[in-house]
Unconditional design. Structure first.
Length: 332
């Protein structure tokens, strides 16, 4: 998500698939007898008694949004630099998860259409020597000083052991422990957001960073770890496709005919699918739960625009997800 926040109180069962659809079909030929053109004993569905072939299915035209670039760059060689604090029990699992993203079909599912390169992972994660703060303050304005920005700027100067120098191709991803509350302007982690990405500078180098707080019960039906990988996949994808949302925005705006989507569910690639009941998927190749992302190509051709496809919920282009379940709403 970008710095514009939507509260967790929004009802998730609304779904993001509110796109309209038009069905075009060819009416049956007139029956000279005045009745149905298909006799009651016509036999197998899709054919008549004389064995004529079935009419083609109706053409469906979906009025779906397209997420446009504002002209800023995307990341051609994104690399995740994970930043942990000491004794994080999730670190080994998170490293395994992040290590499976490069060259995965999940990442490649939409990378080409947005010009995003294959994601990489730093050879060695950063483990901060400082104790994790009780509160980590940040500001959405990339030029406004904050504790989180200062923490990154101070450590990415190339002079701190265990830390790389600032690199504009990296996504510095801070995994805060459950003991840390992140405050973004006036919003609070796990109450108004479950993660975000932003930009700042270290000297003359622009950097991209993602913040992942530890939110227990963030998504109904998911473990705390699954909720974290879902949030991480969301923010990494959005950071790669819209790395500088304030100073050089890329894919973060709907086409003019669908500007309402700018307000809900928000128009980055993860936001567009986050409120769907079937937004999360666990690809066999990964073995971890991730969020599905918006595909302009799939939307344009009338397919389910949130990929990879979730086989458990049939696509319903005319309205909301067909599942009748509910879950705790959230906006990553």
């Amino acid at each position: 998500m970008r710095m514009k926040l939507v509260g967790l109180g929004i009802v998730a069962s609304l779904g993001v698939w509110g796109a309209g659809c038009t069905i075009k079909s060819t009416p049956p030929e007139d029956n000279p007898d005045g009745g149905s053109s298909t006799p009651g004993d016509a036999g197998a569905p899709g054919s008549d008694a004389a064995g004529d072939t079935a009419a083609p299915p109706p053409e469906i035209t979906v009025d779906a949004p397209q997420i446009l670039s504002a002209g800023g760059p995307v990341m051609k060689t994104p690399k995740v630099v994970p930043i942990y604090f000491a004794n994080d029990a999730f670190q080994p699992q998170l490293q395994s998860f992040l290590g499976k993203l490069p060259k995965s079909a999940y990442w490649k599912a939409i990378s080409a259409e947005y010009g995003v390169g294959d994601i990489g992972l730093a050879d060695t994660p950063v483990v901060a020597t400082e104790k994790a703060p009780t509160t980590a303050q940040d500001h959405g304005d990339p030029t406004a000083p904050s504790a989180i920005k200062t923490f990154l700027q101070d450590h990415l100067d190339g002079a701190h052991a265990g830390w790389p120098a600032a690199d504009e191709n990296s996504i510095y991803t801070i995994f805060y422990p459950a003991t840390t509350t992140v405050k973004l302007d006036t919003a609070q982690s796990c109450a108004q957001f479950g993660g975000y990405h932003n930009e700042t500078t270290v000297g003359a180098t622009k950097i991209v960073y993602a913040i992942l707080p530890r939110c227990s019960g963030a998504a109904e039906g998911l473990s705390d770890f699954d909720s974290l990988t879902v949030a991480a996949s969301h923010e990494l994808w959005e950071a790669a496709s819209d790395p500088y949302p304030f100073t050089a925005a890329a894919f973060n705006q709907p086409d003019d005919a669908h500007l309402v989507w700018q307000e809900f569910p928000l128009p980055e690639l993860g936001d567009m699918c986050a409120q769907n009941l079937n937004s999360n998927v666990k690809p066999a190749e990964l073995g971890f739960t991730v969020q599905r992302m918006w595909s302009n190509l799939a939307a344009k051709h009338g397919h389910d625009p949130c990929v990879p496809n979730a086989a458990t919920t049939p696509f319903n282009p005319g309205g909301r997800p067909t599942s009748t379940g509910t879950r705790k709403p959230r906006n990553w």
